[in-house]
Design a protein around this ligand. Structure first.
Ligand SMILES: NC(=O)c1ccc[n+]([C@@H]2O[C@H](COP(=O)([O-])OP(=O)(O)OC[C@H]3O[C@@H](n4cnc5c(N)ncnc54)[C@H](OP(=O)(O)O)[C@@H]3O)[C@@H](O)[C@H]2O)c1
Length: 252
């Protein structure tokens, strides 16, 4: 399979690194010329990666085309390209519906929406995609795995769920900041919280989220107290409300 990428920024760098780093027979990768530093670095690092002279050259060289420019410029960038019926278009563009993508990329027969994660770099991206497609599966199984929701509306919900990472890290930073306010050296506070939650992260997947929460909730204990206080303060409702807001934005 020959992969082409329109847009060579953060997510392209992660996917291409995952496809290539330490892989005995990596696939051929063709990058668009914009984002020169990222493209040049990838091409210098991996012999299977080439930066093309123009965006249309990417389409000429590859059959699976990953769209990875910012959504705001996507229509203009993609609209200028001439696709072939045999192209498989794999859009990473957040919030751009299949109907629009099909219109922009006609006569390409296959268009798939995908939500790759930066962890593709370590081949640990569980990529939600819709509709199911063997070419999309082949790409994203190489950099982690795939999850296929039942319809496009559910894919939007997956997309909204991926908007929670910064808020999660901000929650951890709040805990570290609070520790520092109580006299702990900031780097020690940061290191402690980082360690504790990295270890907690390791336990994810050993059981359901509800069961793990239960394991960390001693009846009458301090974890139960904090969880109850946050619930009573409306934190779960605020999270749902914020997710609804992201979903509404993604659906335009
Ligand atoms: N980052 C993530 O974790 C993530 C995850 C899932 C989906 N996505 C989606 O992936 C897309 C890209 O995100 P990103 O974080 O990788 O953004 P990014 O780092 O800003 O990369 C966007 C790239 O597009 C290039 N570009 C701009 N105009 C172009 C043009 N006319 N032709 C070709 N390339 C052009 C930019 O080049 P210059 O640097 O020269 O401007 C830049 O290299 C977005 O639609 C986003 O929704 C991102």
């Amino acid at each position: 399979m020959r992969y082409g990428f329109i847009g060579a920024g953060e997510i392209t760098a992660a996917i291409v690194t995952g496809l290539s780093d330490g892989v005995a027979e990596p696939p051929e990768v063709f990058l668009s010329p914009r984002g020169r530093t990222v493209g040049r670095e990838l091409a210098q690092r991996f012999p299977n990666v080439r930066v093309c002279a123009g965006n249309q050259d990417v389409l000429g060289n590859a059959t699976a085309i990953v769209l990875a420019v910012r959504p705001a410029v996507a229509r203009e960038v993609v609209g200028e390209l001439r696709f072939r019926p045999g192209h498989t278009v794999l859009s990473a563009l957040a919030g751009i519906p299949l109907a629009a993508l099909r219109e922009w990329t006609a006569p390409a027969r296959t268009v798939v929406r995908t939500i790759p994660l930066p962890q593709a770099e370590r081949r640990q991206s569980l990529t939600a995609l819709y509709p199911d497609d063997p070419v999309a599966r082949e790409l994203y199984e190489q950099v982690g795995g795939v999850v296929v929701p039942g319809d496009e509306a559910m894919l939007d919900a997956f997309s909204a769920a991926t908007a929670t990472f910064a808020a999660h890290l901000d929650y951890l930073a709040t805990i570290a900041g609070w520790l520092a306010e109580h006299g702990v050296a900031p780097e020690q506070a940061d290191g402690f919280v980082t360690h504790v939650f990295a270890q907690l992260g390791q336990s994810l997947g050993t059981d359901s989220l509800a069961a793990l929460t239960g394991k960390h909730t001693t009846p009458g204990g301090i974890n139960e107290q904090l969880k109850t206080d946050l619930r009573e303060a409306g934190v779960p409702g605020a999270v749902r409300h914020a997710l609804d807001g992201v979903l509404a934005r993604l659906r335009g």
